[in-house]
Design a protein around this ligand. Structure first.
Ligand code: NAP
Length: 364
């Protein structure tokens, strides 16, 4: 069997390694994709430094942009040579930080002609995260295709996107805007406010402002209160605790927190600490519904499994309903250097309003 290189963790906090691993042939509805560009995300750091839900050695990455090089006998959407992007994670063959990925065709969409692979690879995992959270945890309808003159049901009260400049936050705002939601507030550093207003936020708050909690309460309380909170950050002291102080008892507010909750951040030589139990993490007011988001379960929804990545995501990108995150291209001579450098940037918290992307193969 032929082999290809993959970036793997060998233990929490240990330097990454590149291993040669077998290249499987696609069967049934699977396609084999030459992964040309990938992204490094906070989950890679949670897994590499924190060992979160990982059995080492583990191949990292879940965002893929590349070219179809081989198809299984039941594949109907793609042919060899198609340019595709996707979010895949369910086993070694599907992970992204390797030269070839083999996964079912429903985990990919075609990259629109005017979109580069660097741009496309910023989309899949967090577009899926935002869409899945809105429909599953908030019960938003997001009908597809969107009916003409569609008006969303959830119009009273505010939707708070905490961490609007994060990758997830940017896609969340753009999806809500496209569906006609107008009752959205967001937190982010000031430098990103203008962009987030363009993405549909009615009012932005600077999360670094010591008076941010009061400012949000003063703004929302007289205007129906907050009905939904999407915590795109999941930092115990940076988002979870502030949100718990903003939401009102008996308000029936729904709070969705992207897991894991980060109790202690990863840093050079420091092992991070995570919490997966949202109820245990802090004291929540009575009558507030708090859930932890795990996008890895989105395939439980048959409609989303079939359509979210293969139809909805590429169509949203092609029609300009969403624009990709800005990209910071991580340079390095080898695949290993690029992967390590990206983790270092994440560890040093230098990502702001953009996605770290890098070329996977050493052979151009
Ligand atoms: N469980 C799941 O299914 C799931 C899925 C996707 C993501 N996640 C998790 O969600 C988190 C975010 O992921 P991501 O890829 O979107 O992150 P990201 O884009 O790398 O996040 C970077 C952004 O976070 C913002 N930020 C940092 N601390 C903040 C705070 N205290 N309040 C508000 N904003 C803050 C920064 O904002 P400024 O630049 O404005 O300062 C920066 O732009 C990660 O922990 C990830 O693992 C979980």
């Amino acid at each position: 069997m032929s082999t290809h290189p993959a970036v793997v963790t060998v233990g929490p906090g240990l330097p990454l390694e590149v291993h040669q691993i077998p290249t499987p042939a696609p069967t049934a509805n699977q396609i084999r994709v030459r992964c040309e560009w990938t992204a490094s995300t906070p989950l890679d750091l949670h897994q590499a430094d924190g060992g979160l839900l990982v059995t080492h050695p583990q191949i990292l990455g879940d965002g893929i942009a590349g070219t179809v090089v081989e198809i299984g006998p039941d594949v109907s959407k793609y042919k060899v040579g198609d340019k595709v992007f996707g979010f895949a994670w369910r086993g070694p063959a599907e992970k992204a930080h390797q030269e070839y990925v083999v996964a079912p065709e429903f985990l990919f969409g075609k990259i629109p002609h005017h979109v580069t692979m660097q741009q496309a690879v910023t989309v899949p995992n967090n577009f899926v995260t935002a869409w899945h959270t809105f429909t599953k945890d908030f019960g938003f309808e997001l009908p597809w295709p969107k009916p003409e003159r569609y008006i969303p049901g959830e119009r009273g009260g505010w939707i708070l996107i905490w961490g609007g400049s994060s990758s997830v936050g940017q896609y969340a705002l753009q999806i809500l805007k496209w569906y006609g939601y107008t009752n959205i507030i967001a937190t982010a550093s000031k430098t990103h406010h203008e962009k987030l207003y363009g993405y549909g936020a009615t009012k932005c708050f600077d999360y670094r402002d010591p008076g941010v909690e009061k400012a949000i309460v003063d703004f929302t309380d007289p205007n129906g209160g907050i009905h939904f909170v999407l915590d795109c950050i999941g930092s115990l002291n940076g988002s979870v605790v502030p949100i718990s102080r903003i939401v009102r008892p008996q308000s029936s507010t729904k709070v969705a927190i992207l897991l894991p909750i980060i109790v202690k951040d990863a840093a050079e030589g420091v092992k991070p600490i995570y919490e997966m139990d949202v109820e245990k993490a802090t004291q929540w007011p009575e009558g507030v519904h708090v859930v932890g988001v795990r996008t890895h379960f989105y395939l439980d929804n048959q409609f989303l499994a079939e359509h979210l990545q293969s139809d909805i995501m590429p169509e949203c990108l092609a029609q300009g309903m969403i624009e990709p995150n800005e990209q910071v291209i991580v340079e390095g001579e080898t695949m290993l250097q690029r992967a390590e450098k990206a983790l270092k940037v994440l560890r040093e918290k230098k990502v702001s309003g953009a996605r770290l992307v890098w070329r996977v193969s050493d052979e151009v």
